[in-house]
Design a protein. Structure first.
Length: 410
């Protein structure tokens, strides 16, 4: 009996729960894109998506919402409208994996069996990892673009700012789009200039990283942007506490261990992030809690009928929707190849993209691979700030997302 037959035999013996040929955990960008691509290629497949949320969000738009360019409602759709019609939507949440048995347990107590599993639940926002953040957020000038609930308060804070110190943070570890924490800072700088308060304001970027950007070509340009805008930088500074009554931000200097206390009048916080707890505590996780997949084939390193992609995966590249656009075809091709008993030929090179908004009329379109080498789409130098690329961010990419990626077309 081969591996495929053995897995099917195990599932046929299950005495409880339901079974699907392919189960996808997560109905976000990665999960829906993979489902659409699978069903476009093989409509006869039995594909189920486990996703508890009733709403689906295009989160890259939240930077522009926080900058006052869009209402937050533009970023939302009903989850039922983006899941492929041919897929089964299980509106529930996963609590545990048993890859040896080929089953999943859900919050509602269901046991769901699978022949193949795709794990794509996204990243977890760990608001409570910064002392005082949960209580401070949404008032007193403490804002964040990282939740639909609070993103409009970012613009309220920026629009109402009357001078003082504005701090923008970036935490240690992986976050959604490594450039996002600085994008809102550049928009705030321009907003302060338009409202006439920039000359009595200090803008400070406090980042746990060692440099403004990880790829040299784009880092050089963004360093020029920071210098031109008169923004102060504090690298290797990781936010650990907010004292809202005193309006103080407490940082740990990651090289010296020193505690650094900075006063603020407004602060945009990028919270720490990590793998969802139900992934990190499962047999599917690596030592850091991420879904342990091969970085080229996206097949799990220990369970051959499991694939992973997106923000919850162990892939050593920036966690972006653009990365998922390149990962999804690889997952689909290799999963179908494995199903057919063929070798896994599709390969992901680590491509990712970060459209770094540098102002209300400019953007640097960073695209690069695992080696942190530029892998650019256009023939011109994408490290330069361009109005055309901002238009792509505002209008082109959302259209491609809703009508292309989520339909399995691009």
């Amino acid at each position: 009996m081969n591996d495929h037959q053995n897995r099917k035999h195990q599932q046929d013996e299950q005495q409880q729960g339901e079974h699907h040929q392919i189960v996808i955990v997560g109905g976000g960008t990665a999960g829906v894109t993979v489902a659409a691509r699978l069903l476009n290629q093989r409509p006869e497949l039995d594909v189920a998506i486990i996703e508890p949320s009733a709403k689906h969000f295009y989160q890259p738009l939240w930077t522009l919402v926080g900058g006052g360019m869009f209402p937050r409602e533009e970023s939302a759709r009903d989850e039922a409208d983006v899941i492929p019609d041919e897929a089964t939507w299980i509106q529930d949440a996963v609590t545990a994996f048993d890859p040896e048995a080929g089953t999943i347990t859900t919050r509602d107590g269901r046991t769901i069996g699978y022949e193949y599993l795709v794990v794509a639940p996204g990243i977890q926002i760990n608001w409570d990892r910064i002392r005082g953040l949960k209580d401070a957020l949404g008032s007193g000038g403490v804002c964040s673009n990282y939740s639909y609930e609070h993103v409009e308060y970012t613009w309220e804070t920026i629009h109402g700012f009357r001078g003082g110190t504005a701090i923008f943070t970036q935490p240690a570890g992986a976050v959604k789009c490594g450039g996002a924490p600085q994008k809102i800072m550049y928009l705030a700088d321009e907003a302060f200039r338009k409202s006439g308060v920039r000359d009595r304001s200090t803008i400070l970027f406090a980042s746990a990283g060692a440099r403004i950007f990880a790829v040299e070509k784009y880092a050089r340009e963004l360093e020029r942007v920071v210098a031109r805008k008169g923004i102060e930088t504090r690298f290797r500074h990781n936010l650990v506490e907010i004292r809202p009554d005193a309006k103080q931000a407490v940082f740990e200097h990651l090289d010296t261990g020193e505690e650094v206390v900075l006063n603020y009048d407004m602060m945009h916080v990028t919270p720490p992030m990590g793998a969802p707890d139900f992934v990190a505590q499962s047999p599917l996780a690596n030592g850091d809690g991420w879904v342990d997949v091969d970085q080229y084939t996206l097949q799990h390193n220990r369970f051959s009928n499991v694939f992973g992609l997106g923000d919850a995966s162990s892939l050593p590249t920036s966690k972006t929707g653009a990365a998922i656009r390149k990962q999804a075809p690889v997952v689909v091709a290799n999963l179908l190849a494995d199903m057919d008993g063929q070798p896994l030929a599709a390969c992901y090179d680590g491509y990712t993209s970060c459209p770094v908004v540098t102002g209300y009329n400019s953007l640097v379109l960073a695209e690069f691979n695992y080696d942190k080498q530029p892998e650019e789409t256009f023939s011109f130098n994408q490290a330069r700030e361009r109005f055309s690329m901002l238009m792509l961010k505002k209008y082109g990419l959302p259209a491609m997302y809703w009508h292309g990626m989520l339909k399995g077309r691009v």
